[in-house]
Design a binder for this molecule. Structure first.
Ligand code: PLP
Length: 323
């Protein structure tokens, strides 16, 4: 990105030489993102992140938006009805089928949950949507770059900052884009107005190429430390992301998170978007769980070598101190 700030700082929509140099790098980045998602580059539309992508896909829907009850708030803001989930937060496919019998709909189900790491059966969701002629949007923000599953949907939204890329850039993937949310200029082939942030887009593509997928071994090790101290892992028996989990202790999660922070370990009680709130999250509520969990998420660096043991020991001590 530092390189790009020096050599691709010009407006990529400008016809002059510097603009075209930036444009070439943006288009190269578009091809990389498309390849990673298994779609042609022309299906990739750059956005300011998943919040914008979700609003773009859902806000102008001509049909009711049927979303799972555990979606990110940037999806729930546009939803008309909620698909039930089981006690592990996994969508109830029978409930989805019943809802789709009512008529045309736009279904929104995330690939992986941001608070619990639980994976949704998106292949089955896609099949059910196709059977009923419904459109399918998948918020793949948590899964893209972390979990190598193919995603087949009419609309996919992703964000760069989930795998080490810059904040404030993402993409909306579609064969046919929805009506423009941001209107004005003719950038992104007229589908999304606004000058493209070339250095951020280039950083996005670099990050997705450099990322390494996580393995669940280290997560399991850290979970074992939690369980030893009486922690209850949310959705433990379900397929989950290898790098995110939420755990409930008898001690309120906000207290533990503060204690951990003072000891150099940064965790959270839920999603960063809900920071400051100590109410039970809508995700836990939908699963029928009360309490404030501690949510851990990590990258390959934080799991390297003995780090995980040190983290587990520190967590062990913290829980004991807080009791
Ligand atoms: N969707 C999910 C599942 C997320 O986890 C997030 C962010 O954490 C978003 C959407 C919003 O993404 P952004 O911060 O890029 O707007």
């Amino acid at each position: 990105m530092s390189e790009a700030m020096r050599h691709a700082w010009a407006n990529p929509s400008s016809p002059h030489v510097l603009g075209q140099a930036a444009c070439a790098q943006v288009e190269h980045s578009r091809r990389i993102i498309g390849d990673q998602l298994g779609v042609p580059a022309k299906w990739v539309y750059f956005t300011s992140g998943a919040t914008e992508g979700n609003a773009w896909v859902l806000s102008g829907s001509a049909h009711p938006v049927v979303a799972s009850a555990v979606e990110h708030p940037s999806v729930l803001a546009w939803s008309d009805e909620h698909i039930a989930v089981n006690e592990g937060g996994v969508v109830d496919l029978a409930d989805l089928e019943t809802r789709l019998e009512a008529g045309p709909a736009l279904v929104s189900v995330m690939a992986a949950n941001n608070e619990t790491g639980i994976l949704q059966p998106i292949e089955e969701v896609a099949e059910i949507c196709a059977k009923h002629g419904a459109l399918f949007h998948c918020d793949a923000t948590q899964a893209f770059g972390r979990y190598p599953a193919p995603i087949k949907a009419d609309f996919i939204t992703v964000s760069a900052h989930k795998f080490g890329g810059p904040r404030g850039v993402g993409a909306m993937i579609a064969k046919t884009p929805p009506r423009a949310l941001l209107q004005g200029g003719k950038q992104e082939r007229g589908a999304r107005a606004g000058t493209l942030n070339a250095p951020a887009i280039i950083g996005f593509a670099e990050a997705i190429q450099e990322h390494r997928c996580w393995t669940s071994g280290e997560r399991d090790k850290l979970e074992a430390f939690c369980v030893k101290r009486g922690g209850r892992i949310i959705g433990k028996d379900h397929d989950r992301l290898p790098n995110t989990f939420a755990v409930l202790f008898d001690i309120p999660g906000d207290l533990l998170v503060t204690a951990l922070d003072l000891n150099g370990i940064q965790a959270s009680t839920g999603s960063a978007c809900a920071s400051g709130s100590t109410a039970t999250s809508h995700v836990l509520e939908a699963c029928g769980i009360t309490g404030i969990p501690v949510r851990f998420s990590f990258g390959p660096e934080s799991l390297a070598g003995p780090a995980i043991d040190a983290l587990g020991q520190a967590l062990d001590n913290m829980v004991e101190t807080c009791v």
